[in-house]
Design a protein around this ligand. Structure first.
Ligand code: IPE
Ligand code: IPE
Ligand code: MG
Ligand code: MG
Ligand code: MG
Length: 297
């Protein structure tokens, strides 16, 4: 199977699982229809599902079947999707296009987009807390602890705050790396670490996956920032050229395109090296690093 086919196969399973979780219970505790619709609109029918893929493939290194990683993977995608809904809001990046469609605040309204984000954020933790996610409550606790740290004030939300604060300012490369490690790196590193938690990986294996996730997270945002300058709007499903317009602090703005490209190659190599101890078993994860640095969407 090609890498693209592998990614698509997992994405389809994640899509179905998300659709199950978002189908909305009927009866007296059914969620309000408009909010439920906006959450489905945000979460279904698009996205690479890269974070769920990383979680599933990291777990697979330790013999965990996709089926048994799927709920944790869907929970992580709920957090990622919420982060996109809020990232696109007028008060943040003010974007009208996402995953090839109108953003949630355009298709619905701003308050509904805020609440859809809130709903997806909390749904993620509801999913992780369910006994169906893992039979061992200690494993569930570890997954929840890790995700709350990765998504919260010292993780993604913190990074988004630094990203907005940096608009129009000139940051040093190390400051940009820090900001990006939080806003994007934290969830990507979590994806790899959560696979290790599900697989009850030993300390050194866990550390190797964390290192992989850190390099991959940096590579992922650098590729995103390059695509904002050089990418195709149709393929990306979002507007390009917006970082320059907003005065975002990115490594592309500091390094220029050529140096940013070679930095991306360096990070791809660094991510692959982190997986050496797993040998051929980690081929799919290594291919994920190759995909991330060469992607066009
Ligand atoms: C976009 O993430 C936001 C960033 C962290 C750069 P993705 O490129 O993974 O977006 P989807 O989920 O595929 O739409
Ligand atoms: C977003 O980074 C990171 C998130 C935590 C959502 P960007 O603002 O660069 O993502 P895009 O380009 O809008 O997808
Ligand atoms: Mg942003
Ligand atoms: Mg944005
Ligand atoms: Mg971007």
């Amino acid at each position: 199977m090609t890498f693209d086919a592998q990614l698509t196969a997992v994405a389809e399973r994640v899509e179905r699982r998300l659709a199950d979780f978002l189908s909305g219970n009927r009866g007296p505790s059914a969620p309000p229809r408009r909010l439920a619709e906006a959450m489905r609109y945000a979460a279904l029918g698009g996205g690479k599902r890269l974070r769920p893929f990383l979680l599933a493939e990291s777990a697979a290194l330790f013999g965990v079947k996709l089926e048994n990683a799927l709920d944790a993977a869907a929970a992580l995608e709920c957090i990622h999707t919420y982060s996109l809904v809020h990232d696109d809001l007028p008060a943040m990046d003010d974007d009208a296009l996402r995953r090839g469609r109108e953003t949630v605040h355009i298709a619905y309204d701003e308050a509904t987009a805020i609440l859809a984000g809130d709903g997806l954020l909390t749904l993620a933790f509801e999913i992780l807390a369910r006994p169906q996610t893992h039979s061992d409550p200690a494993v569930r606790g570890e997954l929840i602890l890790g995700l709350s740290r990765a998504a919260g004030w010292a993780g993604m939300a913190g990074g988004q705050s630094l990203d907005l604060e940096a608009e129009g300012k000139t940051l040093r490369a190390d400051e940009i790396r820090h900001l990006q490690a939080l806003k994007t790196g934290a969830l990507i590193e979590y994806a790899c670490g959560a696979g290790a938690v599900l697989g009850r990986a030993a300390g050194q294996d866990r550390a190797a996956l964390d290192a992989f996730g850190r390099s991959l997270g940096q590579a992922f945002q650098l590729a995103d920032d390059l695509l904002d300058v050089t990418g195709d709007e149709i393929k990306l499903g979002k507007r390009t050229g917006k970082d320059g317009d907003a005065g975002k602090a990115t490594l592309v703005s500091v390094f220029g395109i050529e140096k940013a490209r070679s930095e991306l190659e360096r990070l791809e190599g660094e991510a692959i090296v982190a997986l050496e101890r797993f040998g051929d078993r980690a081929e799919t994860l290594k291919n994920t690093a190759r995909f991330v640095s060469r992607r066009e969407h």
